[in-house]
Design a binder for this molecule. Structure first.
Ligand code: ASP
Length: 310
């Protein structure tokens, strides 16, 4: 089976000054995951290492550098799924773990699917994972933004409902044995309500993987993505025989048509073809298939088109 890997670094209005950081962050994560695939690693390993790389990148909204909730804390969500046995693991509202994707991997290997908040941290502790302080996940840029958002929104009691999310990271891989895996990791929506959970750790909403069809990982407004179960919707379209690019486009179109949502999806079909679509201003992504001479990594702008795919 030809190797294939796609990663995303979020779907939102990525400003020019952050384009280079998104390009290079996605490219570095892609190459890390690719080395794993080339060394005969499992698709799950490739997705995990690619996402860890982006979680450790303070420019992106996952792990270190995540957006802050209304209390000024980083609260992290992540999930991981593999398409052979349909095993999945996810964590939500975790405050003291540097790499929630690796915690999600441990959950996947347990009898659980989703662990949240302190229970997830207890699980991490029992599994011997190092804990960090919440402050260790917080970067100066996000503190500045949080202070600005608080000034603007707390006084009117509107909360953060109108604020765009962004920068969530994700990956989908197919390994040499035809195993598909998909994962997402995020700090969620800026200034979110404490305990708010978006699509990223919800299996079928933020991610899905099924060896007989392919894999998908989403980014964007979590509430709308959840309502249309975007990752599974995209894979069901693949299952109906749609080519991967069209499946991604139609899934995002359903996000617009049914809930006026904003976001994007990256996908790989069971034979390694890559596709993506989004209806935000931009999507950061990178991908590589065995038949390509070099990786593609870019912040793709929507331009005048409603949807765009590779
Ligand atoms: N989907 C994520 C959430 O709503 C955010 C994002 O993808 O940027 O939590």
């Amino acid at each position: 089976m030809p190797l294939s890997l796609i990663v995303h670094g979020g779907a939102w209005d990525i400003p020019e000054e952050l384009v280079e950081a998104h390009d290079s962050g996605c490219r570095a994560a892609l190459l890390e995951g690719w080395s794993t695939l080339q060394a005969d690693g499992h698709a799950l390993d490739a997705v995990e290492v690619a996402i860890r790389k982006m979680e450790d990148n303070p420019a992106l909204n996952a792990g270190t550098g995540s957006v802050l909730n209304s209390e000024g804390k980083a609260q992290l969500d992540a999930s991981l799924m593999e398409g052979e046995s349909l095993k999945a693991g996810a964590v939500a509202a975790v405050e003291t773990v540097r790499n929630p994707i690796s915690l999600a991997r441990m959950v996947l290997q347990s009898e659980n699917v989703l662990l949240v908040a302190e229970g997830a941290v207890q699980f991490a502790r029992a599994a011997g994972m190092d804990e960090c302080r919440n402050e260790d996940l917080v970067v100066e840029r996000e503190v500045r933004l949080w202070k600005a958002w608080r000034r603007e929104h707390e006084s009117d009691g509107q909360g953060a409902s109108g604020l765009a999310a962004g920068d969530t990271v994700g990956a989908v891989a197919v390994d040499g044995r035809g195993n598909v895996a998909a994962g997402d990791s995020t700090g969620g929506r800026p200034f979110k309500h404490p305990g708010r959970v978006g699509d990223s750790p919800l299996i079928g909403c933020g991610v899905y993987a099924d060896n007989s069809v392919g894999g998908a990982a989403c980014t964007g407004w979590g509430e709308s993505i959840t309502r249309v179960v975007l990752a599974k919707t995209a894979l069901d379209l693949l299952g109906e025989g749609k080519p991967v690019k069209e499946a991604a486009e139609l899934a995002v179109q359903s996000l617009i048509d049914r809930v006026d949502g904003r976001g994007g999806v990256i996908m790989i079909d069971a034979t390694g073809n890559v596709g993506y679509a989004f209806n935000t201003a931009a999507l950061a992504c990178a991908y590589l298939r065995e038949d390509m001479s070099e990786p593609v990594a870019s912040v793709v702008r929507l331009g005048n088109r409603t949807l765009r795919t590779s």
